[in-house]
Design a protein around this ligand. Structure first.
Ligand code: AMP
Ligand code: ZN
Length: 111
């Protein structure tokens, strides 16, 4: 997707503060952090949102889920963390390339 911000970050065309990357995913710091630690986990593959997930993405989704506690540990979030996936305009999604928010640091307030 040539006009997708997160595809451009994944391609290295737009700089980001990358903390982890491999063949499937890229993890970088949110530019406008809502907590002490605020990372975004994105698939390299363009998927617009969670609403577009299909069976073919099962492995990728499980992989990203399993990555979360590992990243949290590496960020020192031993007391816990919050994971958010905003989906669609009604869900507050602003960037239409699937991403998982990983938040933590000070104790987060409840919903
Ligand atoms: P969402 O509302 O779930 O679509 O979240 C999009 C997130 O992307 C927001 O938390 C933004 O702060 C973040 N964001 C937007 N542009 C960038 C960027 N260039 N680098 C890092 N994070 C970004
Ligand atoms: Zn994209």
């Amino acid at each position: 997707m040539s006009d997708c911000l997160f595809c451009k970050i994944a391609a290295g065309e737009i700089p980001a503060d990358v903390v982890y990357e491999d063949e499937q995913v890229l993890v970088f710091k949110d530019i406008n952090p809502k907590a002490e630690v605020h990372l975004l986990i994105i698939p390299r593959q363009h998927i617009a949102s969670l609403a577009d997930i299909a069976e073919e993405h099962d492995e990728l989704m499980a992989y990203m889920m399993r990555l979360l506690p590992r990243l949290a540990r590496e960020q020192g979030l031993e007391h816990g963390f919050r994971t958010i996936i905003n989906t669609g305009r009604g869900g507050g999604q602003e960037v239409f390339h699937l991403h998982l928010h990983l938040l933590g640091g000070s104790t987060l307030s409840g919903f």
